[in-house]
Design a protein around this ligand. Structure first.
Ligand code: GLN
Length: 489
């Protein structure tokens, strides 16, 4: 087995136990990324030199008898909307150009303290708006299982990199599905934590009340290990409310006896790809074998209004969050002799891509004083109903099993041509963000026709993240853990 094929846990214990060095691991992972990048294009920036330097420093610490931490020498990739001091951070947009943040996001500070080594910053839909990775100003990323297909989005680069074996884990952000959907298209594990579990400090905001950072891994044990380090109360983020709840990741239990797992009755009519229906059947059988009780719940408001309501709220928050990219506070600067207004116009017209512009325009209209009561405020009321509907469902059920998307990874170019189809395909993921719940996406099987991976997700009440991963562990023991994709080779 080559070093880049190892898990987070195996790398950390090998480096700490001097079986191999952090530098050897880093070089092997870098070699793997170089072998795939020509076809996959998962990275916007590769931090080869800085990473080598850091790996050497970790090896020196080990030689001195120090312990660099639970992620000693583990290479990681961060989505390019997570701020890294001195390393270009673009959010997939031309407007940020070569911006290098003067500070680290809290998640990156925590990973560094634990001994992780940065390999690069990953491609993403511009400002995390999209679900194919195709709205990036840096061109598309390909799915390492079939390079003619999308890896999903918006965190597609991070998902593709983990699936192709560049690194054993990466971070993404999920506003309406951007971790779970690419995890599912790329056949790996992805967690969107409970809102407030992971600090958003240093995450370039899209929809602040929906955004949450989370990991991609190739097994559930690594997911729990990384989450145990990230789930920390952060005084720099006033919406960080996790307190000591990070402890829920300390020990996973694979015993599902008596656990009540629900299917959503109202989603049944949505036409599912046959590969996904097949995976649902297999997973239900696996859950029953592990002792779970299957039941049904009803989420009528979610089924009917969630998509419209999410896009109204997300666009409204985005238009406010993106106002700071004006060429003065953030964004590249142009010399305009015609005055401030022309300068703003020039920077924003040229700097933003069309998907971002359409969301800014929608958000501006939806929050205009004369319309906001009818649209934005109405959407926030429906959001409360959605959260209540989930809360009622969880009075009877411990968690919900559902698809992540209605279809498997589409061909590159297919979804971008039909925005509405793309928006509707988020039906299974975005209600989870609206209610602030955790969602865990895992590989449930392989489509018999296309050979593409099929993902499903478990959704639970707020702060049940650890229990979702426990159920994930039981399923992984029956269904098998993700494997590394060919990456176009
Ligand atoms: N596809 C959704 C959107 O474009 C979700 C994106 C995300 O989770 N960042 O808003």
């Amino acid at each position: 087995m080559q070093l880049h094929e190892l898990s987070v846990r195996e790398i950390a214990s090998g480096v700490r136990g001097r079986k191999f060095s952090a530098l050897e691991v880093f070089e092997d992972c870098l070699g793997r990324s170089a072998a795939c990048e020509g076809k996959v294009s998962a990275l916007i920036t590769t931090t080869a030199d800085a990473g080598r330097q850091r790996a050497r420093r970790i090896d020196e610490r080990i030689a001195r008898g120090e312990d660099p931490g639970p992620l000693a020498g583990v290479p990681v990739i961060l989505k390019d909307n997570i701020c890294t001091r001195g390393v270009r951070t673009t959010a997939g947009s031309r407007i940020l150009g070569d911006w290098a943040p003067p500070y680290d996001a809290t998640v990156w500070a925590l990973l560094q303290d634990a001994g992780a080594v940065l390999l690069g910053k990953s491609n993403m839909d511009e400002f995390a708006m999209g679900n194919t990775c195709g709205t990036s100003a840096f061109g598309p990323t390909a799915n390492p299982w079939d390079v003619a297909r999308v890896p999903g989005g918006s965190s597609g680069g991070s998902a593709a990199a983990v699936a192709a074996g560049y690194v054993p884990f990466a971070l993404g952000s999920d506003t309406g599905g951007s971790i779970r959907q690419p995890a599912s298209y790329c056949g790996i594990c992805g967690l969107k934590p409970t809102y407030g579990m992971v600090s958003r400090y240093g995450l370039i905001a899209y929809g602040s009340s929906l955004d949450q950072i989370g990991p991609f891994t190739r097994n559930v044990g690594d997911m729990a290990l990384v989450m145990g380090l990230l789930a920390r109360q952060d005084p720099k983020d006033s919406t960080s409310t996790c307190g000591t709840r990070g402890e829920c990741f300390a020990e996973l239990q694979d015993d599902l006896k008596g656990r009540r797992v629900a299917l959503v009755r109202d989603f049944r009519d949505f036409t599912l790809d046959p590969g996904i229906s097949e995976a649902m059947k297999k997973t239900i059988a696996a859950l029953e074998r592990a002792g779970a009780e299957m039941m049904e719940v009803s989420l009528p408001t979610v089924g009917r209004y969630a998509v419209a309501c999410y896009y109204a709220i997300a666009a409204s928050e985005a238009h406010t969050n993106l106002a700071r990219f004006d060429g003065v506070r953030y964004g590249y600067t142009v010399n305009s002799s015609a005055g401030m207004k022309d300068m703003f116009q020039e920077v924003r017209s040229h700097g933003f891509g069309s998907e971002v512009k359409s969301r800014i325009i929608a958000g501006t209209c939806l929050t205009e004083p004369v319309r906001s009561e009818q649209y934005y405020v109405a959407a926030t009321r429906v959001r409360t109903l959605i959260a209540r509907e989930f809360a009622e469902a969880f009075e009877n059920a411990d968690c919900i099993l559902q698809p992540v998307t209605p279809s498997l990874a589409p061909k590159i170019g297919e979804v971008d041509d039909d925005a509405m189809k793309g928006y509707e395909s988020d039906l299974y993921t975005l209600p989870v963000n609206m209610a602030g719940l955790p969602g865990y996406s895992f590989r449930a099987g392989t489509d018999a026709d296309s050979g593409l991976p099929v993902g499903l997700q478990l959704v639970g009440p707020r702060w049940s993240d650890g229990r979702l991963l426990s159920a994930g562990l039981a399923l992984e023991k029956i269904l098998g853990a993700p494997v590394i994709a060919g990456g176009g080779n």
